[in-house]
Write a protein that binds this ligand. Structure first.
Ligand code: ATP
Ligand code: MG
Length: 441
């Protein structure tokens, strides 16, 4: 028998070698592809591992409740905080029906919310009790639909926070709000007291005149009474007619009778002035709160401005221009406070100014009654024009101004459905414009 291969076709050995070479090359190629593939897989694996670790660290560290559920409502992932609150390991939660994690009374509402979030493709919010070892803990949940990389619905993500914490935060917020409101009310009271103080200074000054007048006249009356007593004593003691005529001249009784009438009239005028002042005051203070009424703005302004000027002890000329009577709708007591603030500011701005003057103009403009207080002081610099109505903005030294006058006046104007602002044609001096709804005549 011929040795193996010896009888084969002469070209067979070469063919076979070439085939082997092809096979080897192909094997080598496949092997290197496999190695590449393996490397790529390892790289992707490392990336996936990194991603998993990253996601894991997020899930471990979020303090809020985070639950990812599948389209069928099964828990796919939770944050560690859910497991801690539920008192069960995370592994025991994954794979369960989401609703099982919540109180039986809330399960139907939660299932409905899950359905709505998944189908309406919009966020849904609800409150539900998360089961914990100590019983259900109310949590506020926000359910958002989750989509896969092709944009298809893949389930729902739930984010939430225990309502206890939220309520505590709200309660703290409400407390600080209440504190702020009471501090503000105290400041407003302080400002009201300051304007009351100014009013009282004006009143004291105003009352001083007629009262000292009346007082001086009572002294004169006392003197006349002594003279008449002397005369009547002599009459009763039977004095002669000549003696009485002499005494009458000596005591200047004829002149004193005229003086007596003047003194009585003066005292009556003084008393009437006091009565008018008291009447003004009553009118100003009676409508401090309560109903809006129709009132004469000109009258209210005159009284309020005069009080401030008289109380300020400075030489300030006060002029009135425009309407003599202008009905406005509001609370005269509050408007009087605004006018006093504006006039006081003008007086303060013109301190040490010899030609200090204030012009108050009343105008009817459509449905509004307008009041302008203009002074010839230094004016309001444009750099602070927007700030002067802010609470506590003041350029006055500590103890002289709280910076609340204009902010309170602004608020009062708004409460009246009116406005307080700087006039558009301000310089020279400052000009403030108060607009109020028109009253009925
Ligand atoms: N007529 C004016 N002329 C110039 N500046 C003015 C005038 N009126 C107000 N201002 C400026 O606006 C600031 C704020 O006025 P606002 O009445 O609110 O507070 P204040 O007068 O400083 O203090 P207070 O609380 O005692 O009224 C003043 O400090 C002043 O700088
Ligand atoms: Mg002021």
């Amino acid at each position: 028998m011929a040795p193996f291969g010896k009888d084969l076709h002469p070209g067979a050995a070469e063919f076979s070698d070439a085939a082997w070479l092809d096979v080897l090359t192909a094997v080598e190629g496949t092997y290197s592809d496999l190695v590449d593939y393996q490397e790529r897989l390892e790289r992707q694996n490392a990336e996936l591992e990194g991603m998993r670790a990253f996601l894991g660290s997020i899930l471990a560290s979020v303090s809020d409740i985070l639950i990812v559920v599948s389209r069928t409502g099964m828990v796919e992932e939770t944050s560690a905080s859910v497991a801690t609150r539920a008192g069960r390991p995370r592994g025991a939660l994954v794979g369960r029906t989401l609703t099982d994690l919540f109180a039986p009374t809330d399960q139907a509402a939660l299932a409905d919310a899950l359905h709505r979030a998944a189908t309406a493709r919009a966020s849904v919010t609800l409150e539900a009790g998360l089961m914990t070892p100590g019983g259900p803990t109310p949590v506020e949940l926000n359910l958002s639909p989750r989509f896969d990389d092709r944009g298809r619905a893949a389930g729902v993500v739930l984010m939430g926070r225990p309502l206890g914490e939220l309520r505590q935060a709200y309660a703290q917020l409400a407390d600080s709000h209440a504190d702020l409101k009471s501090a503000q009310a105290q400041l407003v009271r302080g400002e009201k007291l300051a304007s009351l103080g100014r009013l009282l200074a004006g009143v004291a000054h105003e009352l001083n005149n007629p009262i000292s007048f009346v007082y001086a006249n009572t002294h004169a009356l006392d003197r006349y009474a002594t003279k008449f007593e002397t005369y009547f004593d002599r009459v009763q003691n039977g004095a002669s007619r000549e003696e009485l005529v002499r005494l009458r001249e000596e005591l200047k009784l004829d002149r004193e009778v005229r003086n007596l009438r003047d003194a009585v009239e003066g005292a009556r005028d003084g008393a009437a002035r006091v009565r008018d002042i008291v009447e003004d005051l009553r009118r100003l203070s009676s409508d401090g709160t309560g109903e809006m009424v129709s009132f004469d703005l000109v009258d209210c302004t005159r009284v309020a401005a005069n009080w401030v000027i008289r109380g300020s002890k400075r030489q300030v000329a006060l002029h009135f221009a425009g309407a003599d009577r202008l009905m406005a709708l509001g609370r005269p007591g509050h408007i009087q406070q605004v006018v006093m603030n504006l006039v006081q500011n003008a007086v303060d701005a013109m301190e040490d100014q010899a030609d200090a003057a204030i012009t108050i103009t009343h105008l009817a403009e459509g449905d509004f009654a307008v009041l302008q207080v203009r002074d010839n002081g230094p004016g309001v610099p444009t750099t602070v024009a927007t700030e002067i109505f802010d609470p506590f903005f003041t350029t006055k030294p500590v103890g002289r101004g709280t910076g609340l006058g204009l902010s309170i006046s602004y608020k009062i104007a708004e409460e009246h459905h009116g406005a307080l602002r700087l006039c558009e044609t301000a310089p020279p001096g400052a000009c403030f414009r108060l607009t109020l709804p028109k009253g009925t005549p």
